[in-house]
Design a protein around this ligand. Structure first.
Ligand code: FES
Length: 75
């Protein structure tokens, strides 16, 4: 089950309703890309620099499967 913090991130990025794949994240801290420019999407790789955007910190207490779709894909 996706926790509320992750649901908020996915909802804010528009990913939750248009996901085309799922990934399972390990427990721990993850920095999630919100700009869609990362070559390592959905994880931030620093490509957001200069865009005025930044990553969202996601802390998971257990392995969690999340929906993933790059915000700019296809539409
Ligand atoms: S590369 Fe997208 S937020 Fe960092």
């Amino acid at each position: 089950m996706v926790d509320c913090r992750l649901a908020a991130i996915m909802s804010g990025s528009g990913m939750s309703d248009k996901a085309d794949q799922e990934i399972t994240l390990e427990a721990g801290t993850h920095w999630m890309c919100t700009c869609g420019k990362s070559a390592n999407y959905p994880f931030c790789d620093g490509s957001h620099k200069g865009s005025g955007m930044g990553p969202e910190k996601l802390e998971l207490e257990e392995p969690t499967t999340i929906p993933v779709k790059r915000p700019s894909d296809g539409e």
